[in-house]
Structure formats: structure tokens, C-alpha cells
Design a binder for this molecule. Structure first.
Ligand code: RIB
Ligand code: CA
Length: 307
């Protein structure tokens, strides 16, 4: 069963790993990428998204999205985590192609309307584009098949602050609208992504499996691993975004619980995702368990299929 996927992304090192994984997995059809601010400026995200699809040989559209959050001022990009251009130390490279004229929100709405019940939106950046799509045409909540989000931290601490995971932190208002929309949402948060860590030796295997694409992934992982070491994490980097793509196409590796969530919109706990049984919002399927070794092996071995 093929998962027909739009990836909403702020590439970004782990985004790049996720997109290359999706391109390599025969169970996934990439219908397009939509870009958003976050790890980098949205213009950089669009350039990087075009480059990633060209590297992977995938002929799919890229639609540029939000340059800033719904209501808050734009936070500085996470360049210390992902590099000034989003791919660690690798210099910016101009893509051959260009983004389509549609905005990300228009592309999300149109693609789901043209393929009712078939499209999985995998959101691995701030949720601004998804909120804008809901505002543009609320019927996307009925036409989408499923929304799988890398974000949140429900029974564990945050990463950008002790309370919040970065994607939710960067636009908590958008996250609240996304969680309240009534479409089927699976949340792949730090509760599970912090269980899936890759040291440098894992990226050596990825490079051995696919010298060209795997070599790129190895190169960008080095900057990412240095950041993790700079904050005292020496066991490897978390496969945040690849875990969300894998959960979208291979949910059997994850255990979930239906939880009603509220999002803290401001203050010290901005972006915190709080289990709120009394809330009148729809439940979200929160991933609380993962077969981490199996997910990591799937990630590493998928690249054997490439040249
Ligand atoms: O918290 C991790 C998330 O924030 C990932 O999507 C990473 O790319 C950053 O966007
Ligand atoms: Ca991301």
C-alpha cells in the first residue's frame, strides 16, 4: 500500500534526511514538498527543498509557504543547529527548478481536494502552512487522509526550551488550530524521537549503502552531531523528521494513545503540548512508544536501494 505524501518542511538537516528517506522508500509517493520558516528562512527552505528533490531525481512540485508565524514575530532561524544555509557546512547551491506559483496552503488544499481520502500530510516544521490551509478551505479536514506531525513533547521535556519542542514553539497558535481541526492527527513527538539516536557510525553505514545520497547525508550529519555534542549529547543525534515520515508509512513500529491536547501560546512555557482531558478539542493520536532499533534499521537500510 503506497503512502501518497506531501511533506511540509523547513530543511534543515533532519528534514533533508527525512526527504531522502521518503524518496528511497518504495512504499512512499512524494506528491510534493511545501516549505515553511523554522530551521532556516522560508526562501532558503524552498531552495533546499528543490535541491533535495533534484538530488533524489524526484519530479514533484515545491510550493513555498509561510515566512513567519501566524501571530508571533519570527524567531531567528536555528542556524547553530542546521548551519547558515540549512545543510550544515555545505555551501548553498542554486537549484535548476523553481517553486510553483501556488502557495503552500493552496497546494495542500488543492492536492487533497483532487485526491480525496488519499493524501497524507507529513509536517516536519512549524505548523503555520497547515493552519493557513485550514483557514483557506476548512474542508481539507475532510479531504485529507491523515496528518502526521513531527512535533510536541507530551510526557517528556522539550528541546528548544525545557517545556516545548521546536516546531510547536515556533508557532503555537498554528499548532492549536491544527490540533482543534478535527482531522486525523498523529503526533510523532520527542516522546519517541528522543529514543531514536544515530551516532556517526550509523551515518558511515548510510554512506556505504548509497555513496552519492548517503554521502550527502553523512556530510550534513557531521555538523548536526557537533551541535548535539555542544549541548552534552554524545550518543548521537535524534532522527526527529525521519521518524515522522516512517510513522506515516510504517505505523506498526509506533504505539499511540488518544490524547486531547492544549498548546501554551505564550510565556515561559510557550509551545508546551499539554494533555488536557477536560478540553473540548478532538483527540490527537500521540506516539508514546517506538521500536527504535527497527526504525533506525529501516532508515539505514532503505538507502541500499539507491545507486
Ligand atoms: O524538534 C525537532 C524539529 O525541529 C525537527 O523538525 C527539526 O528539523 C526542527 O525543525
Ligand atoms: Ca524540521
Amino acid at each position: 500500500m503506497t503512502t501518497r505524501m506531501i511533506i511540509d518542511t523547513d530543511p534543515g538537516i533532519d528534514d533533508a534526511m527525512a526527504i531522502h528517506y521518503a524518496a528511497a522508500d518504495p512504499a512512499i509517493e512524494i506528491l510534493g514538498l511545501t516549505t515553511v520558516f523554522g530551521n532556516v528562512f522560508v526562501e532558503q527552505a524552498t531552495r533546499n527543498a528543490l535541491r533535495l528533490l533534484e538530488m533524489a531525481g524526484i519530479d514533484a512540485p515545491v510550493a513555498e509557504g509561510a515566512a513567519k508565524p501566524l501571530a508571533m514575530p519570527l524567531s531567528p532561524p536555528s542556524h547553530r543547529v542546521h548551519g547558515d544555509e540549512g545543510f550544515g557546512d555545505i555551501p548553498a547551491a542554486e537549484p535548476r527548478g523553481k517553486a510553483v506559483a501556488q502557495s503552500a496552503a493552496e497546494f495542500l488544499v488543492q492536492t487533497c481536494a483532487d485526491n480525496p481520502g488519499e493524501v497524507v500530510i507529513c509536517a516536519i516544521g512549524p505548523l503555520t502552512n497547515l493552519a493557513l490551509a485550514l483557514r483557506l478551505d476548512p474542508s481539507i479536514a475532510q479531504t485529507v487522509k491523515k496528518v502526521v506531525i513531527m512535533g510536541g513533547a507530551v510526557e517528556t521535556a522539550g528541546n528548544i526550551t525545557p517545556h516545548a519542542e521546536a516546531n510547536i514553539y515556533h508557532d503555537p497558535h498554528a499548532a492549536a488550530e491544527v490540533f482543534a481541526a478535527g482531522w486525523p492527527v498523529v503526533l510523532v513527538g520527542l516522546d519517541v524521537t528522543h529514543e531514536i539516536t544515530c551516532p556517526a557510525s550509523d551515518f558511515d553505514l548510510v554512506r556505504e549503502n548509497a555513496p552519492r545520497i548517503g554521502g550527502f547525508i553523512k556530510d550534513i550529519s557531521e555538523f548536526y552531531l557537533r551541535f548535539y555534542e555542544s549541548v552534552g549529547k554524545f550518543g548521537g543525534c535524534s532522527l526527529h523528521d525521519p521518524a515522522a515520515v516512517i510513522a506515516a508509512a510504517h505505523p506498526q513500529y509506533f504505539t499511540t494513545k488518544n490524547v486531547q491536547l492544549t498548546v501554551v501560546a505564550s510565556g515561559e512555557a510557550q509551545g508546551q503540548t499539554v494533555a488536557s482531558p477536560a478540553a473540548d478539542s478532538p483527540a490527537v493520536e500521540v506516539c508514546l512508544g517506538v521500536e527504535a532499533a527497527a526504525v533506525k534499521a529501516l532508515f539505514i537500510n532503505q538507502f541500499k536501494l539507491l545507486d
